[in-house]
Design a protein around this ligand. Structure first.
Ligand SMILES: Cc1cc2nc3c(=O)[nH]c(=O)nc-3n(C[C@H](O)[C@H](O)[C@H](O)COP(=O)(O)OP(=O)(O)OC[C@H]3O[C@@H](n4cnc5c(N)ncnc54)[C@H](O)[C@@H]3O)c2cc1C
Length: 405
């Protein structure tokens, strides 16, 4: 079926529109799912993405740090991000529309996790997992660390984990690549908000929208990010995913670091990376609890009280810095195990895609591909994402990811 034909059935031929797949939420996850479905050679049905805000002002995606890494603690999360990196390698060919693709600006700077005695055994275990997945990672001793990064103060460190083929890109461009190609393939984006889901005739579902319209469909994918639990509740399911605030601070340094500067994670939990001539830093809030999904206040005290002291201790040049801007965004935080909840649910043809807890951008490609496989073939064909399905939530069996930032 041509892309033009695919978009036909949701034109209003009847009083109520019908579409095959409705995706609720059109940021990176919704757009990746739309992309992989419409790219799939055996998917010949329609896709409609419901997204209330085409500017994505409050979505997590454009507020993300935009970083990709292989240094996770479970083999599945390493493999998921590796596919994300493969996708970035082939970016232009995969998403171009009429010879144009958004510029990702990918910078392959690596990640550097600093390790004290208390965390050493955990990082050594993760290192073995990463090596077994073919990741290019190295454990440095303090002498090697000081030689490679002479601007660092290695006091209290017993090791550091350095990864290659990791880095940072523009999250907005990444989302838009999926979005523009999905649209070119025939996916339709509707500016509206899903307010309810009910059972329609036969196996059909009906999605109610804030505008008052109802659209019937075969299946629904919940890509509502930090609001995914609101959408889950529309079909009577409970998802242990809640919005948690993360503030990002941008600063200048009087004496810039003119050497290799990977995204660095201190033992305090403070992370910092270069962004052009400036630096970006953040941390886990001291009181990390669910917040209102409309609360996007920057927690400014974190900078003075936690981030700056930690940075100045670890990188003495950061004693003299000036804050230039800041923003806050939400992690869709999975309180069970800090991992995605993806795939089928007890409600027939209702799929989850949320709970990414701060590493979803790099997981969008593997998750979008997996959802398309599940819908077309009834099972995962490439990477088996089933350990990260809703079943484990119902069984209360965490698949814990410990390397979270
Ligand atoms: C500060 C910060 C830094 C981060 N850094 C990184 C990083 O370095 N690397 C990384 O991989 N990840 C990172 N992340 C995580 C990453 O940004 C997210 O995991 C990812 O963007 C989630 O995408 P999403 O599409 O699920 O959610 P979102 O981007 O939040 O999109 C959800 C969409 O659903 C829509 N929606 C909600 N309710 C409804 C409804 N009822 N009807 C219709 N639409 C609805 C919203 O309008 C929104 O556009 C970071 C996140 C934050 C906040």
């Amino acid at each position: 079926m041509s892309s033009q034909q695919r978009s036909q059935p949701i034109s209003q031929q009847h009083s109520q529109r019908h579409v095959d797949t409705i995706i609720i939420g059109g940021a990176v996850m919704g757009s990746a799912a739309a992309y992989f479905l419409t790219e799939h050679p055996d998917y010949d049905e329609t896709v409609c993405v419901i997204e209330p805000d085409p500017t994505y002002e409050k979505a997590s995606t454009p507020r993300s740090g935009g970083s990709f890494r292989q240094q996770f603690s479970t083999p599945l999360n390493v493999s998921v991000s590796q596919f994300g990196l493969d996708f970035v390698d082939d970016w232009f060919d995969r998403v171009q529309v009429e010879g144009e693709a958004p510029d990702l600006g990918f910078r392959d700077t690596g990640y550097l996790f600093l390790i004290d005695q208390q965390r050493l055994a955990g990082y050594q275990a993760s290192h073995e997992v990463q090596k077994s997945c073919g990741a290019d990672v190295r454990l440095l001793d303090p002498t090697e660390l000081e030689a490679a990064f002479p601007y660092l103060n290695a006091d209290g460190l017993v090791s550091a984990s350095l990864g290659a083929r990791e880095g940072t890109l523009d999250p907005w461009a990444f989302m838009n690549g999926f979005r523009q190609r999905a649209r070119a393939n025939g996916a339709t984006y509707i500016v509206d908000k899903a307010t309810g889901i009910s059972q329609g005739a036969g196996s059909m579902k009906e999605v109610q929208l804030a505008s008052g319209e109802t659209i019937s469909c075969q299946r629904v994918i919940n890509c509502a990010g930090p609001r995914a639990n609101e959408v889950a509740a529309m079909v009577g399911l409970d998802l242990p995913v809640e919005p948690r605030i993360r503030s990002t601070f941008v600063f200048d340094c009087r004496t810039p670091i003119d050497q290799v500067f990977p995204l660095t994670i201190d033992t305090t939990g403070v992370h910092v990376r270069r962004e052009g001539a400036q630096y970006l830093a953040g941390t886990v809030p001291p009181t990390d609890v669910a917040v209102d999904p409309d609360d996007l206040r920057v927690r400014t005290s974190e900078f003075e009280e936690i981030i700056w002291p930690s940075l100045a201790n670890r990188i003495p040049q950061f004693d003299q810095i000036s804050l230039t801007s800041s923003w806050a965004g939400h992690y869709a935080y999975n309180t069970l195990d800090h991992n995605m909840v993806v795939g089928s649910t007890p409600v027939d043809e209702f799929y989850f895609c949320s709970g990414f807890s701060g590493h979803g951008l790099q997981q969008a490609a593997a998750v979008g591909r997996g959802l398309a496989e599940l819908i077309v073939h009834g099972s995962y064909q490439t990477l088996d994402l089933s350990p990260l399905g809703y079943e484990r939530v119902l069984r209360n069996e965490p698949v814990l990811e410990v390397n979270i930032i």
